[in-house]
Design a protein. Structure first.
Length: 104
């Protein structure tokens, strides 16, 4: 007597659900009268992966306009960048300020 096995098929139906994108946040550096421009360029290169030319452009924007955007990130990444930049600035005794705001 031979045993027969019956294989059952399971069909999974895909449901198209729209998953909302996480909100994005802009990260800015704020101008002050004490942080050297070269230090700001180093921060932009180190923490925001900018080349020297782009970092210099953003640094000049910070200097002339009072603030400059460093990038747009998810909330956790933006918060980490702000914390790391501020900690690095304080470690080098500079009052450089970094902030984030939600995009519209």
């Amino acid at each position: 007597m031979a045993a027969t096995q019956r294989q059952e098929e399971t069909i999974l139906e895909g449901r198209c659900r729209s998953i909302p994108r996480p909100p994005l946040y802009k990260v800015f550096l704020l101008n002050d009268d004490f942080t050297p421009m070269d230090f700001v360029v180093v921060v932009l290169q180190s923490y925001f992966a900018m080349n020297r030319e782009r970092a210099t452009q953003v640094m000049l924007q910070v200097h002339r306009e009072g603030m400059g955007m460093c990038g747009v990130f998810t909330k956790d990444v933006a918060q980490t960048k702000v914390q790391n930049v501020v900690a690095f600035a304080r470690q080098h005794r500079h009052p450089l300020a970094c902030m984030m705001e939600e995009t519209e």
